[in-house]
Design a protein around this ligand. Sequence first.
Ligand code: ADP
Ligand code: ADP
Length: 225
Amino acid sequence: MAYIEMKQIVKKYGTTSVLKQINLDIEKGQLVTLLGPSGCGKSTLLRCLSGLEEVTSGKIFLDGQDITELEPRKREIGMVFQQYSLFPNMTVVQNVAFGLKLKKKSEGEIREKVKNILEIVGLSQQADRYPTQISGGQQQRAALARAIITEPKVLLLDEPLSAIDALLRRSLQNEIRRIQQELNITAVFVTHDQSEAMVMSDMIHLLYQGQIEQSAPPAEMYLHP
Ligand code: ADP
Ligand code: ADP
């Protein structure tokens, strides 16, 4: 059994099927990319996995458990979005510590874990700054730290780099990939950028109009010119 199994997922808005019988298996520790043009259903599929959206039909299993009906916060899924995901009135440290505070961890444990994760994402120097006082790339690294500090079962990355300028994007791609591999995080990454999918992924699933057209590792992917 794969770590994540999505079976026959259908999502309809009214009478329109946005996801049409999606079957998707994801192995533990892999970074899997959903690639496809705007409107093909990538975000909808992520939201079904996170529970922010209910499936119309189908089943989702995570680590052997049926999570199809489970509320979002019980799914143990971390998320990083395109932008605006940090709390603006909290410093980097406060943002990153947030999930552990919710879980009522001790001050000592929180301090230790936050220190460690800020080193991993390279933000130790920015610990006491507010989101508006750091660059876009740094904000996304803080968002990543905040998402992974609670050790979620899955990390969802919804176009996390599309608001970052092209030069910085490449180094952040490498950095996210390094952290994901180092910590053995199972991740689902959404992008419409083919070259980004090629450098980031263990597996790419090409979505088109709510269906998976092709699934392959980057080296075996056939992409339309
Ligand atoms: P992508 O992430 O690939 O750009 P989305 O998953 O956001 O695509 O959207 C897939 C399709 O579903 C689009 O045609 C979009 O207009 C439609 N859609 C998304 N959310 C809703 C909604 N809440 N109500 C109706 N249609 C929606
Ligand atoms: P990165 O490449 O890590 O995203 P930058 O090269 O943009 O960071 O920024 C370099 C330095 O400038 C960092 O120490 C960062 O804290 C600081 N910095 C970046 N943007 C801002 C800002 N808007 N206000 C204050 N300091 C900033």
